[in-house]
Ligand binder design. Sequence first.
Ligand SMILES: Cc1cc2nc3c(=O)[nH]c(=O)nc-3n(C[C@H](O)[C@H](O)[C@H](O)COP(=O)(O)OP(=O)(O)OC[C@H]3O[C@@H](n4cnc5c(N)ncnc54)[C@H](O)[C@@H]3O)c2cc1C
Length: 393
Amino acid sequence: MTSNFKVKYDLIVIGGGPAGSIAAYTAAKLGLTTLMLEKDRDFGIPVRCGEGVGMKGLREFIEPDPKWLDNKLDRVRFHAPDGTLVPVNLIEKGAILNRKVFDFELAKRAAIAGAKVQNRCCATGMERVNGALTVKFEHFAKEYRVSAPLVIGADGVESRVGRWAGLNTNLALVDIQTCFQYTLQHPNIDAEFCDFYFGNEVAPGGYLWIFPKGPQYANVGLGISGDRAKNRSPKEYLDSFIYEHFNRASYLCSIAGSVPSGKALKKIVADGVMLAGDAAHQSDPITGGGIVSAMWGGRLAAQTAVKALEKGDFTERQLNEYTKSWHKIIGEEHNRHYRLKKGVHKLNDDIFNRTARILLDLPFEQRTLRKIFQTALINEPGLVVDIVKAFLQ
Ligand SMILES: Cc1cc2nc3c(=O)[nH]c(=O)nc-3n(C[C@H](O)[C@H](O)[C@H](O)COP(=O)(O)OP(=O)(O)OC[C@H]3O[C@@H](n4cnc5c(N)ncnc54)[C@H](O)[C@@H]3O)c2cc1C
């Protein structure tokens, strides 16, 4: 029987989430022979995501399609620990995706662009042989080997590619959000609003979200800082909240997962290897949002791969072009958000409550996310410069 795979490619992408599919799509469009391996049976399943995304960020990569867009939103409410409710003016419109369809469509688009895309392929190892990288993977209980001068590790938060390449991707507990989420049906779910709840009782060191996917049904989840999850799990926090707000809900799905919320990794490349998306800890430290930044990571890494192939130079030094472009477009902002996150973590419930009341006194048009952070952190002089840079530039 002949193999379904060539032996050599210009680029191997490991992982078929948003980072991997955009990397494979970009590389194939630019003429590279590209192989993308995905370990799961289906692209996009299981979903480990709240599926919330900004329209502007999304449009940079793909035109919105009702096929995978469950809901569009421009109304957000913040709930302070004492119950004060603040409607917020969302300048950038938001959307709730259907990632089962979205991720599948991204993978299909990469295939149509010319990449060889394959599900049920779990990469199990990587080694350097004669200057190229050989990737080992399992496909229906058979082992295969393929090689390429370049590999993009887009294998998510538990990335093994990073470790195989000798990159340090460890995270401190405080820089991990541990999450739990249900997709619920309940008559009290309002399809018009995204809701965010803050406070030590609800989600210590993080927040709880309600992202409505349609009438009466929503992703309801929370993330808490890893260092605060020792005595009570995210599921226990979430169950208490649901008991109080959505008693007797129907449960359509449940997921657990973690989101890196640390600084941008300094080293995301090694000789022949680039990491993108969650594998490179590219999700936003404040919001935990990682879909759009993963797509940026995938695109920039693929563009760098094209240049490396043109030059025949696959060294870390050459690939650092990716690190630089990532830092310029997203990484600098990411690090500012990290500093803000550190500030927000220090805030207690009283400050959240006070901030909510100050915001309520403002006219609705002035209640922007920028204003919220300004107000909450105004008594943290060390952070004023960061606030100004993050939100006023
Ligand atoms: C509970 C939760 C809620 C979230 N909510 C949001 C949100 O609302 N908005 C937002 O923007 N972000 C959210 N995120 C973060 C977002 O899901 C990720 O940042 C995003 O999916 C990162 O994309 P990625 O392509 O880097 O990784 P992933 O989407 O994780 O894709 C990695 C892929 O690699 C595959 N893979 C792994 N190992 C191998 C291997 N050895 N061989 C082959 N394939 C492999 C996996 O199966 C997976 O398909 C949330 C995360 C969690 C956990």
